[in-house]
Every structure is written in structure tokens, then in C-alpha cells.
Design a binder for this molecule. Structure first.
Ligand code: UDP
Ligand code: MG
Length: 307
């Protein structure tokens, strides 16, 4: 019998967990041809999440991986990849925004030979208009400058074959952008559309700040285009300055040179100063990433694992 792991990263999910487990097992218990492994990763929750998970373990035998602190969802997922034992794995959020009703369809596609069955949101739910537009613009930009194709409106909710899990386990960079990794590793993909609802309880842990950091990580880990852009920008400005210099030189020869143009001079100096700082900043960002990656630190530490 094939085993399918349900991987659930949890951070402060005490309110959602009981509903999540009930709704999900209602679906999985129908699929009797498979053995189901529930793997909950407690990502340093500050509420009673761990207690509840241990209760679930006593009552239903779910597996609980307890990390030593809060590492963020991306790292918690890698921990899950490392500990999952299934022939396939389905990644789900604990807040029921990823509807378990799609699981049978995912399994069906998997049996047809697809190795990465991802779920795509038809609509982004109650997110603000600005956030939707920003997100779409971001994906357009990322796809243009990076060499991989990251799909819009696709999250981490998906079924992965063992082959994909083993591939993902080998991508152990510290600045993780898992969404990009799914595309990077390739394998046979299939798409299922679904409606993403709102959280059943609690509140989102992804602040705008965290999302922005993730967006920048995503950009920087898949492309060095900003560095190229800095070079082009430098070239264009230098060329313009050279032409302007010729112009001034000739004008001075023809008409003489009364002292003038001080404001313009200040402006040019300030502008170039700004551009230089910006470009050094971009280089610095990449250097910072290199620094962090060369330390080769483990991505997470485990406090306890109960199966
Ligand atoms: N999560 C996590 N660690 C974190 C933040 C979130 O494991 O530091 C989990 C969270 O418990 C949930 C999933 O990641 O199962 C998605 O989080 P959330 O619902 O806050 O994000 P959103 O749905 O708003 O993108
Ligand atoms: Mg959510």
C-alpha cells in the first residue's frame, strides 16, 4: 500500500488545528487504498499548538516534529521534506485555506503519472486590490528577469512525488524561496484550479514586511539581473555625461565660459551619488547572501520528533 504524507507547517494555529484535522481526515478516510501519514511541524509556536499536536498524536497517532524556535514557513517546510516518509506528500496550511476536498483529485493525477500536482487559485479571495496587483506585477517581473517560470496564484498547496521530495531536499540554501524551487526542479506537472477561502481562525502570520523580504529573496536567489541593470545604468549615464562634456567643451571654445550652471552641477553630483549608492547597495545585498550561504549552517534545529 502506498503511503501519502500530509505535511502541515504550524505557527500559532491552536484555533485552526482541530477543524483542520477533522476536515482533512474526513477526506483522507474515504481514500482507503492509501496509508496516510500526518506530519505536523511545530515552527516554534507561542500558543498551545504543541500541546494540541501532542494530544492529536496520543489520540490518532499523527507525527509531530517540534523545531527549536520559529524559523518561518519556508524552513519549516524543508524540515518536513526531511522527515516525510510517504511515497508522495501533500503540503497544506493549517488554516484550511487549502481545501482538503481537492486531495482525491490530486491523488488521481498522481496515479496518472504526474509528479507535481499543484493547486492554482482561481481568485485571490478577500485580499486588497493593491496587494493583488502588486503580486501579479511581481510575478510578471520575476518571470521576465529570471530564467525560471514562477507561476502566479500558485502557493505551496500541492502533491509532490517522492522524486520531487528527494530533489527538494538537496536544495539547502539558507535564503529559501520554495515556490521558485518547485519550478526549478522540473518533473511532470499538472494544475488543479480551486477557490481559496479565508482563514477559519486566528490571523495570518505573513505581514507585508515578511512577504516583501520573501519577494526580494525570490528575485535575488534566481537572478543576477539587478547587477546587470546596474551595469547598464552606469554605462548609459557615463555615455550621456561624455556627450554633455563634448557639448560644454565646444560651447566654451565658441562662446567663452562665464561661471554658470552651479545648480545643475549640484544636481548632477547628487544624482550620480544616489545612483552609486543604489548600485553599491545592490552589490552589497548579493554579497550578504553569499556571506550567509558560505556559512553552511543547518536550516533548522529539532527540539523533538515523535512518531
Ligand atoms: N507558518 C509557519 N511558520 C511561520 C509562519 C507561518 O509554519 O513562521 C505556517 C502557518 O501556520 C500556516 C502556513 O504557514 O499553516 C501559512 O501561514 P499563513 O496562513 O499565516 O499565511 P497566508 O495564508 O496568509 O499566506
Ligand atoms: Mg493562511
Amino acid at each position: 500500500m502506498k503511503t501519502v504524507t500530509i505535511l502541515v507547517p504550524c505557527y500559532n494555529e491552536e484555533q485552526s488545528l482541530p477543524m483542520f484535522y477533522e476536515a482533512t481526515t474526513a477526506v483522507t478516510s474515504q481514500l482507503t487504498n492509501y496509508q496516510w501519514e500526518f506530519l505536523f511541524v511545530n515552527d516554534g509556536s507561542k500558543d498551545k499548538t504543541l500541546e494540541m499536536l501532542m494530544n492529536l498524536r496520543r489520540q490518532h497517532g499523527v507525527n509531530v516534529l517540534n523545531l527549536s524556535r520559529n524559523y518561518g514557513k519556508e524552513n519549516a517546510m524543508l524540515a518536513g521534506f526531511d522527515y516525510a516518509k510517504g511515497d508522495a506528500m501533500i503540503i497544506m496550511d493549517a488554516d484550511l485555506q487549502d481545501p482538503p476536498t481537492i486531495i482525491p483529485m490530486m491523488i488521481e493525477r498522481w496515479e496518472q503519472g504526474f509528479e507535481d500536482v499543484y493547486a492554482q487559485r482561481k481568485d485571490r479571495g478577500k485580499e486588497s486590490w493593491l496587494r493583488k496587483q502588486l503580486s501579479l506585477a511581481y510575478y510578471r517581473m520575476l518571470n521576465r528577469v529570471a530564467d525560471i517560470n514562477v507561476l502566479p496564484n500558485v502557493g505551496d498547496f500541492r502533491l509532490l512525488d517522492r522524486k520531487c521530495i528527494d530533489a527538494l531536499k538537496q536544495l539547502r540554501e539558507a535564503n529559501r524561496y520554495t515556490k521558485g524551487m518547485f519550478c526549478y526542479i522540473g518533473f511532470k506537472k499538472s494544475c488543479i484550479e480551486f477557490d481559496r477561502g479565508d482563514r477559519v481562525a486566528g490571523h495570518s502570520n505573513m505581514s507585508f514586511r515578511i512577504l516583501l523580504r520573501l519577494a526580494i529573496d525570490g528575485l535575488m536567489s534566481y537572478t543576477t539581473a539587478p547587477l546587470r541593470m546596474a551595469v547598464w545604468f552606469g554605462l548609459i549615464v557615463a555615455l550621456g555625461a561624455f556627450v554633455y562634456m563634448l557639448f560644454i567643451f565646444i560651447r566654451t571654445l565658441l562662446f567663452g565660459d562665464p561661471v554658470a550652471g552651479f545648480p545643475a552641477l549640484m544636481d548632477v553630483i547628487l544624482f550620480l551619488g544616489g545612483v552609486q549608492l543604489l548600485c553599491i547597495g545592490i552589490v552589497g545585498q548579493y554579497l550578504g547572501q553569499v556571506y550567509i550561504e558560505t556559512k553552511h549552517r543547518p536550516i533548522y534545529f529539532v527540539e523533538s520528533y515523535n512518531e
